[in-house]
Ligand binder design. Structure first.
Ligand code: HEM
Length: 474
């Protein structure tokens, strides 16, 4: 068990206990923005590439930026996307298997079309309206739990674009099913009532049933004009020469809805926490957005694509949020052949976990890596992925939603910093697990800037320790 067979030299490491491997250490939560202790300790002991065993699977963990980059580039040749058996069980074998090769490329084209510059340009006003509506609602509440509130905002927007879902009109709560699903996604695979894993399977089942019913309904009563992405998928399904099957189409819709709201809402929450803790960053960000408003000829108009493209510092803030936030802490692949890398061999069939936090928090690449410092991106090319930046993956499977996320974050930040002030009220401690659950329960109090002025409340929490507020509002 502890010395698996290999046609070469296995990377160093421990396979832990029989069956359980090192799963318990891997799943333990931690509370820092640093490289997860599971990985950090093993990097010290074994070096940048090591072996382990997680939920019954032998795994090679790579914290080496060159190897990570190589893994991304060799997708489909030496490596293939692979997620732990829990994932395959949850998503259905259908999905994980079929999102490869030809069908996969074909689907990606469709999705890229949805999130391409032309679509995003058209979406800008909708994103701005959604942000304004949510911020207005939040400012009427005593406090807002930011992660949930922004997840709701983003889910509603994405679900509208993808399937024209209107939560106010729908009798079923689609988002609730996704929340249950996500909470158990990277949990121990124990399928008994009460466990997170069980709730996760139930959540997926219910959401899939809703999507199936919707598809059925549209088949019976097709929309005359294409209203959303689901109509587009349905058109593809009905073409004679299509390679798309109904099962793959349903999985695609599910994956898009899932991938869209959890990641972006975490990024927004993390960004707000960082901005609150780094007032000098908030100041520069606010100046950038105030300048956009000052330059606008007609103050009644909303954001334009040109204005969006001009948000240089905002994109630096977003990149820094993605680097330090490490929203996707592990990217999984499977070795298709025995692969020799330097003096080691990755055996065929083994899982490989690329570890972006180890790359993003490497002090030899990023000075003071735990500092939130958007200026470090000043001279960098902010697009795409590189050996040192893989928050959105890399190679063929580079995240299709990157530009959509950036639009949502930039527009949200624009609305927030130009019209509102906020203070952190409670929570927000970093709690990381191999899944996606941080910052924990961040509550903020948010107020419209002009109302603070009207209230004149010197003691309003939004004004404490804020020189700029005195300058602007006294
Ligand atoms: C902060 C926000 C986001 C982050 C950090 C993020 C991160 C990632 C990463 C690391 C991957 C690569 C996974 C792999 O190689 O196995 C990925 C893939 C993907 N992302 Fe995102 N993502 C974000 C937002 C979104 C959004 C908004 C959408 C869609 C609406 C989306 C849809 C996808 C899809 C469909 C894939 C699979 C692409 C493929 O397998 O080729 N993501 N994302």
């Amino acid at each position: 068990w502890s010395n698996p067979r290999c046609n070469g030299n296995l990377p160093p490491g421990s396979m832990g206990l029989p069956l359980l491997g090192e799963s318990l250490e891997f799943f333990a939560s931690n509370s820092s923005s640093d490289i997860p202790p599971f990985v950090k300790e093993r990097m010290k002991r074994y070096g940048p590439v090591f072996r382990t065993s997680l939920v019954g699977r032998p795994v090679i963990v790579s914290t080496n930026s060159d190897l990570n980059y190589y893994i991304f580039q060799q997708e489909g040749r030496l490596f293939q996307s692979w997620y732990p058996d829990t994932f395959t069980e949850i998503f259905g074998k259908q999905n994980v298997g079929s999102l490869h090769g030809f069908i996969y490329k074909y689907l990606k084209g469709m999705v890229l079309n949805l999130f391409g510059p032309e679509s995003l340009r058209k979406m800008l006003t909708e994103v701005e309206q959604a942000a304004n509506k949510s911020l207005d609602m939040w400012s009427r509440q005593e406090t807002v739990e930011l992660k949930d509130a922004s997840a709701a905002m983003i889910f509603d927007l994405t679900a509208k674009k993808l399937i024209s879902h209107d939560p106010e009109k729908s009798s079923e709560n689609l988002r609730e099913n996704f929340v249950a699903f996500i909470k158990g996604l990277i949990s121990f695979p124990l399928n008994i009532p009460g466990t997170a894993y069980h709730k996760c399977l139930q959540g997926r089942k219910k959401a899939m049933t809703m999507l199936e019913n919707m598809l059925e309904e549209r088949r019976r009563r097709p929309n005359k004009v294409q209203r959303d992405f689901y109509d587009y998928v349905l058109e593809e399904l009905q073409r004679k020469d299509t390679v798309l099957t109904e099962a793959v189409a349903l999985d695609l819709m599910f994956v898009l809805l899932f991938a869209s709201f959890e990641t972006t809402s975490l990024a927004i929450t993390f960004a707000i926490k960082m901005l609150a803790e780094n007032p000098h960053v908030l100041k520069e960000l606010t100046e950038e957005h105030d300048a956009i408003l000052r330059k606008r000829e007609d103050s009644e108009l909303g954001l334009t694509w040109k204005e969006y493209k001009s948000m240089k510092f905002t994109f630096q803030v977003i990149n820094e949020t993605a680097r330090l936030g490490n929203i996707v802490p592990g990217i999984f692949r499977k070795a298709l052949k025995d692969i020799k890398y330097k003096e080691h061999t990755i055996p065929a069939g083994w899982a490989v976990m690329v570890c972006p936090p180890a790359v993003h928090l490497n002090p030899s690449t990023y000075k003071d890596p735990l500092q939130f410092n958007p200026w470090r991106w000043e001279e960098s090319e902010l697009k795409g992925a590189s050996k040192n930046f893989m928050a959105f993956g890399g190679g063929m499977r580079f995240c299709v939603g990157t530009d959509f996320t950036k639009v949502q974050m930039a527009v949200f930040l624009h609305c927030l910093v130009t019209k509102y002030r906020w203070v952190l009220m409670k929570g927000g401690d970093i709690v990381r697990t191999p899944g996606l659950q941080f910052p924990n329960g961040l509550h903020i109090q948010i107020s419209e800037k002009h109302k603070i002025r009207a209230r004149g409340g010197r003691n309003h929490p939004s004004r404490q320790d804020d020189e700029e507020a005195d300058h602007v509002y006294c």
